[in-house]
Ligand binder design. Structure first.
Ligand SMILES: Nc1nc2c(ncn2[C@@H]2O[C@H](COP(=O)(O)OP(=O)(O)OP(=O)(O)O)[C@@H](O)[C@H]2O)c(=O)[nH]1
Ligand SMILES: [Mg+2]
Length: 362
């Protein structure tokens, strides 16, 4: 399932340092020549495609990036130092455009691709360059040029790493709302979610993954019951499924184990490959279980399901256990990403054909 992650940032390259007007002062020499050095170039701002990143969520926290200005030139032929560059790491697949004009500047397509997004100002010239046969003592110097400033829009189309699976009302949307930036509709009636929702879960700086909330599945979905199972195709490219089970159904006649089994049966009917995907059992609504019965009820469900994989007890409502679950999901996803083959390079990509993308020597 495709999802667009967006961010707006302001970038400012460094201004160039000013050139200097100065004259040599030496003992016993009345007229020293000009010795004012040039200002240094301001730092550039670059975008760098990093295969280890997969969302732009970090750019929602820090939105302004400034490269260092160039140093001013000084006397005694001293040139100002260059300002330091800033390199912004972004996921492969990020499209960078000018937020004001809408013009697409570039698309980061291969890991390691580096693109100049704001050019540092050139340094000014010192008076040592202005010496001529007619002017031995020039006072001219030029100021540094301003660094480029732009407002950029970053866009990334991405795929969900993790899918939520479960009966209507199990609490899938409540969970995604508790842990991610997604704000789906939540209600105490089945089939509240009619369309898949995606959210970005951030567990730390540059540590995030994408989670998909799909409409609830019921027994007979393969034959079209409820909303059917067409939504399951959105889960096919995920790396992990979280099977959300309501561990404390309001109606006592509802058995969480039977509900969980029905989901697995539908999954198998839809696509055995999907059923074979890594799946963790997430028992939700544990806040509704009487504390003295909780451990026993959980053990019972797991034993009767003969579930062998990881089991989590959470309350999407009170958020108990949610953070720990997301940490573990992140670690799992990060390991899977590292093991996956690097993304293939798009042969259509030609940096020269795109405006503003030709990396210049920095
Ligand atoms: N007590 C309690 N209630 C919860 C918990 N999680 C969800 N709920 C409630 O359960 C109801 C259904 O939650 P949703 O998140 O809409 O369920 P869903 O799985 O997305 O349902 P569909 O979109 O219909 O498939 C809502 O009234 C939630 O407030 C929980 O951990 N504890
Ligand atoms: Mg829902």
């Amino acid at each position: 399932m495709k999802f667009v992650d967006e961010a707006w940032i302001d970038v400012a390259a460094g201004d160039g340092g000013n050139g200097c007007a100065s004259f040599r002062h030496e003992k016993f020499k009345e007229f020293g020549g000009p010795d004012g050095g040039d200002g240094g170039r301001g730092g550039h701002v670059w975008a760098l495609a990093d295969e280890n990143l997969n969302t732009l969520v970090d750019y929602r926290y820090t939105r302004r990036f400034e490269a260092q200005r160039g140093e001013h030139g000084r006397g005694s032929d001293q040139y100002g130092a260059k300002g330091q560059d800033v390199v912004l790491r972004m996921p492969v697949g990020t499209v960078i455009s000018d937020a004001d004009t809408g013009e697409v500047l570039c698309e980061l397509l291969h890991p390691g691709q580096k693109v100049l997004i704001a050019r540092g100002g050139e340094g000014g010239r010192g008076n040592l360059h202005f010496k001529s046969s007619t002017n031995r003592a020039p006072r001219q110097k030029t100021p540094g040029q301003p660094g480029e400033r732009r407002r950029l829009k970053l866009e990334l189309k991405l795929l969900a790493d993790v899918g939520l699976l479960g009966m209507p009302n199990a609490g899938k949307s409540t969970l995604i709302a508790a842990v991610s930036n997604a704000r789906p509709k939540i209600a105490d009636y089945p089939f509240t979610t009619l369309h898949p929702n995606l959210g970005v879960v951030r567990v730390g700086p540059e540590k995030s993954f994408v989670i998909a909330d799909v409409p609830g599945l019921i027994e007979g979905a393969a034959e079209g019951a409820g909303l059917g199972h067409q939504f399951l195709r959105h889960l096919q490219r995920t790396r992990l499924l979280l099977h959300i089970v309501d561990a404390a159904p309001f109606d006592d006649s509802v058995d969480p184990v039977a509900q969980a089994r029905a989901i697995v049966a539908e999954l198998k009917k839809y696509d055995p490959a999907l059923a074979a995907k890594p799946r963790w059992l997430v028992l939700n609504k544990v806040d509704m279980l009487p504390p003295e019965q909780r451990a026993q009820r959980v053990r019972d469900i797991v034993r009767r399901l003969r579930f062998k994989g990881p089991v989590f007890e959470i309350s999407a409502l009170t958020r108990e256990g949610c953070e720990r679950l997301m940490q573990q999901v992140y670690e799992y996803v990060a390991r899977e990403r590292a093991a996956a083959a690097p993304a293939p390079v798009d042969p259509r990509f030609d940096p020269a054909a795109l405006p503003g993308t030709a990396p210049t020597a920095g």
